[in-house]
Design a protein around this ligand. Sequence first.
Ligand SMILES: *[C@@H]1O[C@H](CO)[C@@H](O)[C@H](O)[C@H]1NC(C)=O
Ligand SMILES: *[C@@H]1O[C@H](CO)[C@@H](O)[C@H](O)[C@H]1NC(C)=O
Ligand SMILES: *[C@@H]1O[C@H](CO)[C@@H](O)[C@H](O)[C@H]1NC(C)=O
Ligand SMILES: *[C@@H]1O[C@H](CO)[C@@H](O)[C@H](O)[C@H]1NC(C)=O
Ligand SMILES: *[C@@H]1O[C@H](CO)[C@@H](O)[C@H](O)[C@H]1NC(C)=O
Ligand SMILES: *[C@@H]1O[C@H](CO)[C@@H](O)[C@H](O)[C@H]1NC(C)=O
Ligand SMILES: *[C@@H]1O[C@H](CO)[C@@H](O)[C@H](O)[C@H]1NC(C)=O
Ligand SMILES: *[C@@H]1O[C@H](CO)[C@@H](O)[C@H](O)[C@H]1NC(C)=O
Ligand SMILES: *[C@@H]1O[C@H](CO)[C@@H](O)[C@H](O)[C@H]1NC(C)=O
Ligand SMILES: *[C@@H]1O[C@H](CO)[C@@H](O)[C@H](O)[C@H]1NC(C)=O
Ligand SMILES: *[C@@H]1O[C@H](CO)[C@@H](O)[C@H](O)[C@H]1NC(C)=O
Ligand SMILES: *[C@@H]1O[C@H](CO)[C@@H](O)[C@H](O)[C@H]1NC(C)=O
Length: 609
Amino acid sequence: MGSFNLTVVFLPLIIKLSSCSDHHTSVLKCIQTEREALLSFKEGLDRTDEYGWHPDDWVGEDCCQWDGVECNNKSGHVTKLFLKNWRLSGKISSSLIHLKYLNYLDFSGNNFTGIQIPQFFGMLENLMYLNLSYTYFSGEIPHLNNLSRLTHLDLSNSLTYAENLDWLSGLSSLKYLDMGHVDLSGVGANWLHVVNWLPSLVELYLDYCKLENLPTSLPSVNLTSLFVLDLSFNQFNSSIPQWLVNLTSLTTLDLHFNHFQDAIAFDFVNLRNLRDLYLSGNRYLTDLSQNNFCGTIDGFLGNASACLNKSLESLDLSYNNLLGKIPDSLGRLGSLRYLNLEYNSFWGSIPASIGSLSSLQDLDLSNNKMNGTIPESFGQLSKLVNLFLQENSWEGVITEAQLMNLTRLENVILKANTNHSLVFNVTYDWVPPFKLKNLELESCLCGPKFPIWLQVQSELTHVTLKNVGIIDTIPEEWFSIISSQIIRFDLSQNQIMGKLPHQLILPNVNFIDLSYNCFKGPIPLWFTNVTELYLKSNSFSGSIPSNIDDLMPRLRCLDLSENNLNGTIPLSIWKIKDLGGLYLQSNKLSGGLPDHWNESQPLWVVDIS
Ligand SMILES: *[C@@H]1O[C@H](CO)[C@@H](O)[C@H](O)[C@H]1NC(C)=O
Ligand SMILES: *[C@@H]1O[C@H](CO)[C@@H](O)[C@H](O)[C@H]1NC(C)=O
Ligand SMILES: *[C@@H]1O[C@H](CO)[C@@H](O)[C@H](O)[C@H]1NC(C)=O
Ligand SMILES: *[C@@H]1O[C@H](CO)[C@@H](O)[C@H](O)[C@H]1NC(C)=O
Ligand SMILES: *[C@@H]1O[C@H](CO)[C@@H](O)[C@H](O)[C@H]1NC(C)=O
Ligand SMILES: *[C@@H]1O[C@H](CO)[C@@H](O)[C@H](O)[C@H]1NC(C)=O
Ligand SMILES: *[C@@H]1O[C@H](CO)[C@@H](O)[C@H](O)[C@H]1NC(C)=O
Ligand SMILES: *[C@@H]1O[C@H](CO)[C@@H](O)[C@H](O)[C@H]1NC(C)=O
Ligand SMILES: *[C@@H]1O[C@H](CO)[C@@H](O)[C@H](O)[C@H]1NC(C)=O
Ligand SMILES: *[C@@H]1O[C@H](CO)[C@@H](O)[C@H](O)[C@H]1NC(C)=O
Ligand SMILES: *[C@@H]1O[C@H](CO)[C@@H](O)[C@H](O)[C@H]1NC(C)=O
Ligand SMILES: *[C@@H]1O[C@H](CO)[C@@H](O)[C@H](O)[C@H]1NC(C)=O
């Protein structure tokens, strides 16, 4: 404290010697021309709303102390502008070209609707980092070929386009290029040759660029440092070109949602470092007669399991027309963490070899034609967190063996297409090692008793136990524990009996379906912000609570039909602001409708027959 570094005093610009109470250690003031440049830039911006950056924040002599500005602490030149998510809009003054030493410019997350990316950005020759993503700039991207020091260029998610990418060849230091969502439909086939001249490139993102042309030949592949190639959501309809196997460093290849022919036949296994392979959606969604990507995966998995067994962590083959049984060789992809095969036509059982995928965290086999069993070895997937098996025709039995070691399981969706052909045959009082957050079971058999393995799930926020053959009462303790956090609660189509807890607060729930059960007693007086409440086809009796508008003010749909309710329809129902569907038929209700409809209520169905 109180001692100053002498070298500072000899610098040409300055000198406000800080007092002992001054928090800033720097005694260097910013350079006047650069301060003025920043102030002109500020003048060009719109004055923003109360949430945005307040232009008055840039005050004081020393611009190096301003928010979002960083200077070189020896020379005093402004080197960085961090303006991410400042809600800036308006004009960008060309005064910024005076920031000759600027090497970092982050404009992302601001709203420059209606203006183009300024040409003069191409003159900020010291820039190493330029981020213009989510900026709503429009028009053609200017030629930035003078930015030979640029290592990171992010132009994604603006509203811009480019008709020519030749200027990219000047960016010889570029390691990271993201032009996702930039319209490149005008660049033809040449884009690849230009990109191929960027030998330092490590990550390339050209997703949603309306590209159609991926040349099948290249004289030589220079992109040997490329780790990440994302060409997803374009319109490539050739086969996958052979030169791709020369991208020997690739760890992530994302080709999903294109129209590649025979993609599964491509020789991915020469990409020995491949970690993430995304090939989903490579079929014509509009013309199912031209399914490019149909066929079995035996050959692919056979090769992959021999060559990529130590590297492959994510494999997404969803939304293709793949068929046949899932081959045993799957089990040799021992490093898989993520496997997505949803929306194909696989049938049969899950191969027993799946138990070898000891790193698997996410498994999605939903929407296939699986008509076999879930093997016992499933119980070895001790890292599994997310399990999606819905919309299949599963058969057989699930015992504690399949669940025993799934200590990390959180989200399970299992809806069978065939009624009760899959049976949970778990010892009644078995306590599983997992705490689920989201459980959706439909049309598999879990009853007749409400099993203990469900009753101990105290962290659930979404519960669906629909048509699962429960003939029992709701376990009171379980329900009172989860009621504080539950968001979706569906126990419909069982034979659940007894009365519901009469008074309860359900602060988070927005959907309750208890229809087609055997509940009796009065309609519960639950305080909730529920928007949909279905109690159809039970034996609820008594009258509709007269303060229903206070209890459930957010209701949009209320179905109390097919119960034993009597009394009158309370007037308060007509005060529920957003109520759109009201079903009261097949009860013993008396009294009439109000004389005047509440005109702001959007009622589209009222059935009180
Ligand atoms: C000056 O900047 C360098 C590099 O950013 C940093 O290591 C150093 O601590 C800074 N010195 C002062 C006095 O802030
Ligand atoms: C961006 O600004 C335009 C016009 O100033 C406005 O219409 C638009 O809603 C804004 N967009 C966002 C996401 O704030
Ligand atoms: C690039 O630099 C050259 C020479 O310094 C200059 O003539 C040209 O205008 C610059 N181009 C752009 C787009 O800034
Ligand atoms: C650019 O900014 C966006 C949004 O703030 C961010 O998600 C992205 O990672 C940034 N790009 C780079 C290369 O840092
Ligand atoms: C790309 O490779 C070719 C052939 O090896 C070579 O002539 C060319 O100079 C390389 N380009 C770059 C930018 O490295
Ligand atoms: C790909 O690599 C092989 C062998 O390493 C080489 O013979 C071939 O010329 C390369 N192809 C391209 C397009 O670079
Ligand atoms: C690929 O698309 C182009 C135009 O979009 C079309 O002319 C061509 O026939 C298509 N090729 C194949 C193999 O479908
Ligand atoms: C499962 O589906 C396949 C293909 O549709 C069929 O050939 C096979 O007989 C079915 N197996 C069983 C057990 O139903
Ligand atoms: C569960 O894990 C234990 C200990 O690791 C192991 O002995 C047992 O075989 C596993 N059970 C199943 C069904 O995989
Ligand atoms: C359920 O398990 C018990 C005892 O292990 C067995 O006796 C019974 O047959 C099984 N039921 C079904 C439907 O598999
Ligand atoms: C319903 O939502 C309002 C506003 O979000 C909140 O104040 C109120 O506590 C909620 N009611 C219940 C019963 O959770
Ligand atoms: C409704 O029914 C119960 C018996 O089920 C009866 O005690 C009560 O008086 C009825 N209420 C009305 C308003 O009819």
